[in-house]
Design a protein around this ligand. Structure first.
Ligand code: ADP
Ligand code: MG
Length: 373
């Protein structure tokens, strides 16, 4: 199979600062590839190189075997690379149908498109697109009345209307509700049946929903590549994400690490255990639903670490924290059947915490009450 896109040893320097640093990347036709990486990793610059907005200082970029170097942006677009920017660029005073009709006619005169009758074949395409992006019921209302998510889908539709061979999508779910996020995921998965797509994204839960192959960028280079599970458990990736600013306080982080260590006890971090940790902690740390969602996303990005309890427990400073740690840990290991390895580690935790036995029994009973029956 020939690669659809090949990036070879590409460096992009801005006044000596390397936004991309000897980057190598390849993807095949038909792939849905997700690119993640902390802020400043070079993700947007990577897309800028592919679309010709930024020229590599050194190195090569090829699309369908064609050298992209020194090609103008509009030439590259015509080669079949379409890009969706972070903020939607739709005409707000036009309806979704009209916006899509314009996109189908990008190369033609805008006024001609507005005033001429749309040919039937084209109408069908627009109708099909409206259905694909889930906006057929809002086809004829001004785009200004659409939700943020619906505008994003419209813009994805407008991109698809130009039949690109490769779709580039930059952070499509930033600012969307959970439900819109999931629908966006479904839309991208369905488009992936007939398109090659690169998605850049921060939201790990979303990445988990859509990702097959993930590429992690860090400091302008590829840090690692693999399935979501491989990538999320890669110590280098965890380090990079832990180094990033989060909404999680050090006390919360400590609790999270203890819970994660419990969950990792048998080297099998069950999704049920993961869900328990995220639910419980985000509930404990905030009563505001938006803040909770943010915390949950942050916590999810930090789950990978497995640190010895002897290191973690002494860092707990109050009895209240020690009690929280015990209760959460008991809840986590009880969320599916406790196996001997988990039981042993839990016993070690109890000893290290040094709480009175009656407190331990009380907290264990309370933890079991928390679990869904
Ligand atoms: P990401 O999208 O992963 O957050 P970017 O590709 O936007 O990262 O940026 C990578 C790095 O390059 C950042 O440190 C950014 O400040 C720097 N950078 C990006 N564009 C320019 C530019 N035009 N001039 C100078 N520095 C830039
Ligand atoms: Mg960016």
């Amino acid at each position: 199979m020939t690669a659809l896109l090949e990036i070879e040893n590409v460096t992009v320097s801005f006044d000596g600062f390397k936004a991309l640093n000897d980057l190598n990347f390849a993807m095949n036709e038909g792939e849905l590839r997700v690119i993640i990486g902390p802020n400043g990793a070079g993700k947007t610059t990577f897309l800028d190189v592919i679309t010709g907005k930024v020229q590599p200082t050194t190195g090569q970029a090829r699309f369908q075997g064609k050298d992209l170097k020194k090609q103008a942006e509009h030439t590259i677009a015509r080669l079949g690379i379409g890009r969706k920017f972070q903020t939607p660029r739709v005409y707000l005073n036009l309806t979704p149908r009209e916006n899509l009709e314009l996109s189908c006619n990008r190369d033609k005169n805008v006024f001609a498109t507005l005033f001429k009758k749309t040919p039937t074949a084209e109408k069908r395409t627009v109708g099909g697109l409206l259905e694909t992006i889930g906006l057929d019921h809002k086809a004829d209302v001004p785009a200004a009345l659409l939700s943020h998510g619906e505008k994003q889908w419209l813009e994805i539709g407008m991109l698809v209307a130009q039949s690109p061979d490769l779709l580039l999508v930059d952070e499509p779910v930033a600012g969307l509700t959970d439900e819109e996020t999931e629908q966006t995921g479904n839309l991208l998965i369905s488009l992936a049946q007939s398109h090659s797509i690169i998605v850049i994204e921060h939201d790990m839960e979303f990445v988990r929903q859509i990702a097959r192959q993930v590429t992690v960028l860090h400091e302008g280079s590829v840090l690692c590549e693999g399935t979501m599970d491989e990538v999320q458990n890669d110590p280098r990736v965890i380090e990079v994400y832990l180094g990033q600013e989060t909404h999680v306080t050090p006390e919360q982080m400590l609790l999270l690490r203890i819970a994660a260590t419990m969950a990792w006890a048998d080297n099998n971090f069950d999704p049920v255990q993961q869900a328990v940790i995220l639910e419980r902690l985000s509930q404990q740390f905030s009563s505001d639903s938006e803040e909770r969602a943010q915390l949950k996303a942050d916590l999810n990005n930090l789950l990978g670490k497995n640190i010895p309890l002897e290191e973690l427990v002494p860092q707990l400073t109050t009895d209240a924290q020690r009690e929280q740690a015990l209760m959460l840990s008991y809840e986590v290991i009880s969320s599916n059947q406790i196996n001997p390895i988990e039981a042993r580690l839990y016993q070690q935790l109890v000893t290290l915490l040094g709480l009175p036995p009656e407190t331990v029994s009380r907290l264990e009973a309370a933890a079991l009450e928390n679990l869904p029956s």
